[in-house]
Write a protein that binds this ligand. Structure first.
Ligand code: ZN
Length: 224
C-alpha cells in the first residue's frame, strides 16, 4: 500500500467518523483517500523537480541570481500553486518542504545568507487571498535551514496587476512600488517568491534592497 494512503484501521474512532464524513483528498487532483498527495501527483512533482539557476526573459535585472525549484509545468504543480492562493492549507507548505530541504538545492545557494525575505503581495491581494505564499515559503525555508527570516520590503501605491502586461510594461509598472523597511549594509539576502515569470518584480525588489545598502540579492522561487 502506498504510504500516503490512509490506513483506516489505525485511525481513532473520532477520526474514523471524520473520515466517513469528509474523506481526505489529494491536495492537487482531489482524488479521495489520500492525505497530502496521491501517488500520481507525487510522482509528477518528483519528476519535474529540477532546482537550477534560470535566466528570465530580458535578463534577471538587479537580481544577482534567480534559482527555481520547478519549471512551471505539470497539472499537479499548477493546481497546488493555484489552490495555495485561495486556501489556507498548511498541508501545501508540507508538500513543498521536502523539496526545500534537498541537497541539490543547497548546492546552488550562497554559503552564507544573512536574511531570508519575500516579495510582498499587493494589499488588495492580501485581503482577497488566504495566504501570502511567498511569505509562507520564506518562513518555512528559514526555519528549515536555521536562517533569519525578516520582512525587508513593503509595497506602496497601487500598481496594476502584472498578469496581462508585456515584459517591458511590467518593469515600468513595478517601478517605485517597493520600499525597504530598514537600513542595511552589505548583507546577502535570499529573496523568495512563489512564481517568477518575467522577473520584473524580483528585479525591482533587488534594486530597492541594493540601493538601501549594497546587498547581494539571490532570488529563490518555486516555479519559473
Ligand atoms: Zn493527485
Amino acid at each position: 500500500m502506498d504510504k500516503s494512503q490512509v490506513n483506516k484501521k489505525e485511525l481513532s474512532l473520532g477520526k474514523k467518523l471524520l473520515f466517513l464524513l469528509i474523506p481526505p483528498h489529494c491536495a492537487a487532483c482531489n482524488e479521495a483517500g489520500y492525505e497530502r498527495l496521491c501517488p500520481v501527483c507525487r510522482e509528477e512533482l518528483r519528476e519535474t523537480f529540477a532546482p537550477r539557476r534560470v535566466l528570465c526573459p530580458g535578463g534577471n535585472g538587479f537580481a544577482d541570481e534567480v534559482i527555481a525549484l520547478f519549471p512551471y509545468e505539470g497539472e499537479a504543480l499548477k493546481s497546488l500553486l493555484y489552490q495555495w492562493k485561495w486556501r489556507d492549507l498548511p498541508v501545501l507548505g508540507e508538500i513543498f518542504l521536502p523539496y526545500l530541504a534537498r541537497r541539490r538545492l543547497a548546492s546552488l545557494l550562497p554559503r552564507y545568507i544573512d536574511r531570508v525575505t519575500f516579495v510582498p503581495r499587493r494589499r488588495s491581494d492580501r485581503r482577497m487571498y488566504a495566504m501570502d505564499q511567498a511569505e509562507c515559503l520564506a518562513r518555512l525555508f528559514a526555519e528549515l535551514r536555521g536562517l533569519f527570516f525578516e520582512p525587508l520590503l513593503k509595497r506602496q501605491g497601487r500598481p496594476r496587476p502584472q498578469k496581462k502586461l508585456s515584459a517591458a510594461k511590467r518593469r515600468t509598472n513595478v517601478a517605485g512600488t517597493f520600499v525597504p523597511l530598514r537600513a542595511m549594509e552589505g548583507e546577502t539576502v535570499l529573496l523568495i517568491d512563489d512564481i517568477v515569470t518575467t522577473g520584473s518584480s524580483v528585479s525591482e525588489c533587488a534594486r530597492v534592497l541594493k540601493r538601501a545598502g549594497d546587498q547581494r540579492v539571490v532570488v529563490l522561487c518555486l516555479a519559473h
